[in-house]
Design a protein around this ligand. Structure first.
Ligand SMILES: [Zn+2]
Length: 338
């Protein structure tokens, strides 16, 4: 069985921003990190605004978002990471040419996505189109290429948050599911444990015929409620323990306790560890970001935290080499290739 699985993995490829790569070459993978996050529309209209930050230690000179992304990529590589999945979808400033420049300059393998990141709002173009018509857009990215390039999407992103799975969000989940069924691409669904969005998200995917192993419920690790997490795992899906450093949602120690408990209960094959870091982000004014960091709402929130802090702490607490390999290397391959 193991031999068969290894042969399949050896034959499979995964789309990256520098072209398809052998799945066996993914190596240690962070499943949820952003090389740059900005608002598509605001950036298009006021390109002078946004990622400019003057306050150290987050000094990003105008246009310095590229340097910050390169710095993040190099930090990950130095800490033994070979690949990141970058779920920067529509409304987060997806730009595969930018991702490709970073990947080419640094050698970090970057796995791009298709999809729409919204909790509610849709522009009229999308509000007036059906789930199938939106799925067509995703399939184009997966089979033809993204943004007039030959770079193909390897997974599909969608989101549900505080407003819940309302009409627009349900349509986007069905679009993601239909594109997944048509192409085999897996789905990463942003969830909000505090609103218990995951059960309905999973229900929609299942109704549309998506295999549970193709579904990743991101941000499941924002709760320490193991019963809630196990109810999600019971559906057979993968989960993201993927916001290490974002203390405002859940403190580090509680995240680690959850991860260790899940490893102990035999869920190594179902979890991902990541930080949901953004090398730069334009969501907040610079002074707000400085405040966030100074107030302790985010601590060590960067692409470094999993390889530099989380993994060593888990090893010290008893995570085996085999479990680490399963979580960091095998799970990304299985989710991305199945
Ligand atoms: Zn994210």
């Amino acid at each position: 069985m193991c031999v068969i699985r290894h042969r399949l993995a050896a034959m499979a490829t995964v789309e990256s921003v520098t072209g398809p790569i052998d799945a066996a070459g993914l190596g240690a993978t962070l499943i949820h990190e952003h090389l740059r996050t900005w608002d598509d529309a605001v950036h298009m209209q006021w390109p002078h605004a946004g990622t400019v930050r003057e306050d150290p230690p987050h000094a990003v000179p105008p246009g310095g978002d590229y340097d910050e992304a390169v710095k993040a990529a190099r930090a990950a590589l130095e800490l033994g990471i070979k690949t990141i999945a970058d779920p920067t979808a529509m409304f987060l400033g997806r730009d595969v040419a930018f991702q490709r420049r970073v990947a080419e300059e640094t050698g970090l393998q970057v796995i791009p996505c298709t999809g729409i990141y919204t909790y509610d709002y849709l522009p009229t173009f999308l509000a007036s189109r059906s789930a199938d018509q939106i799925a067509d857009l995703y399939v184009h990215d997966i089979e033809v290429g993204i943004q007039d390039t030959e770079i193909k999407a390897a997974f599909i992103k969608c989101a549900a948050d505080e407003p819940g799975v309302n009409e627009n969000i349900e349509k986007l989940h069905r679009a993601a599911a239909r594109a997944s069924v048509r192409t085999g691409a897996p789905i990463m669904a942003h969830s909000r444990p505090a609103s218990d969005t995951a059960p309905r998200q999973i229900e929609i995917f299942m109704e549309e015929g998506v295999e549970p192993g193709r579904i990743q419920i991101a941000h499941t690790g924002d709760t320490a409620d193991l019963d809630q997490i196990e109810r999600i795992l019971d559906a057979g899906v993968m989960i993201g323990l993927d916001r290490y450093g974002l203390e405002m949602y859940l403190p580090y120690e509680q995240r680690q306790a959850t991860t260790l408990a899940l490893l102990e209960r035999g869920y190594a094959e179902r979890i991902f560890l990541s930080a949901d870091s953004c090398a730069t982000i334009d969501w907040f004014p610079p002074e707000t970001i400085t405040q966030l960091l100074e107030s302790g709402m985010a601590i060590d929130w960067s692409i470094r935290i999993v390889p530099e802090r989380v993994l060593p702490d888990l090893r010290a607490a008893g995570m085996t080499e085999e479990q680490e390999r399963t979580v960091m290397v095998d799970n990304p391959v299985r989710w991305l290739t199945a």
